[in-house]
Ligand binder design. Structure first.
Ligand code: CAA
Length: 240
């Protein structure tokens, strides 16, 4: 059995592609999800990947979920903090609830995911942390003050963790996907999506597998000197 990898939000969208790619690369994968039992069961049936339900916005739930994964599969050596939500609105219409929900899930959720596994990684002198940020954390986005703040925050997190973990054999890197063909992007109106695609020199949305391949590269044993980096995968939309 390969190293154990946890992918949060790992049963849908980009996370599902990451879970599958890691399994194909020989890792033992646990995919967490927040609420969609039906999608998780379908994903598990199709892939044989174990799914675990908890809300990354809760520290206690994350800690308990991670303990369960480790009891089932062994110590988590690879963590992919992927779970994220959008609550888009222009700033003047954004409610404190929309702000807080996105901060709790996308930013505090990253802390809650990495913090419980960090001591074990330090003890074992090996760890791979990948945080899924976004092109919109690099460039900002109309309607996404909340989301962009969290995704910019991800970059600060990995740059700091990289310095703290380097001597213990732990790397922490961010991937900034551009617009990828997932339910999250499909949720914007057709008009907005068309205007987005017009801004992508590649002329198309990205595929989830194109992000998953970046993760497989970063978590490999061979990638030990790549630490604190940000990989942009956005079809030349933005150079961050
Ligand atoms: N730049 C400048 N002005 C813009 C604009 C933009 N990008 N988008 C909209 N506006 C303007 C509109 O033209 C309109 O102006 P007028 O009132 O003068 O006509 C005004 O802002 C209001 O626009 P809307 O009617 O669209 O406002 P709304 O409140 O109904 O909706 C919104 C606002 C929900 C933010 C909508 O614009 C939207 O969905 N935008 C897309 C946000 C986006 O890109 N989300 C990404 C989701 S995918 C993701 O997040 C994954 C990832 O990591 C990439």
């Amino acid at each position: 059995m390969g190293r154990v990898a946890l992918v949060t939000g790992g049963s849908r969208g980009i996370g599902a592609a990451i879970s599958k790619a890691l399994k194909d690369a020989g890792y033992t994968v646990a995919a967490s999800y927040a609420g969609n039992d039906e999608a998780a069961a379908k994903f598990s049936d199709e892939t044989g990947i174990k799914t675990y339900k908890w809300d990354v916005a809760s520290y206690e739930a994350s800690k308990a979920g991670i303990e369960k994964v480790e009891a089932d599969l062994g110590p988590i050596e690879i963590v992919v903090a992927n779970a994220g939500i959008t609550r888009d609105a222009p700033f003047h219409k954004m409610t404190p609830e929309q702000w807080q929900q996105v901060i709790d899930t996308n930013l505090t959720g990253v802390f809650n995911t990495i913090h419980p596994v960090w001591p074990g990684m330090r003890e074992r002198k090996f760890g791979r942390v990948v945080v899924i940020s976004s092109v919109n954390g690099q460039k900002g986005q109309f309607g996404q003050v909340n989301y962009a703040a969290t995704k910019a925050g991800d970059i600060g997190i990995v740059r700091s963790l990289a310095q703290e973990g380097a001597r213990a054999g732990i790397t922490a890197n961010a991937i900034c996907p551009g617009y990828i063909a997932t339910e999250m992007v499909m949720a914007v109106s057709d008009k907005v999506r068309e205007s987005i695609i017009a801004q992508i020199p590649a002329g198309r949305l990205g595929e989830p597998e194109e992000i998953a391949r970046c993760v497989t590269f970063l978590v490999s044993d061979d990638a030990g000197f790549i630490n604190g980096s940000t990989i942009s995968a956005n079809g030349a939309q933005f150079f961050g």
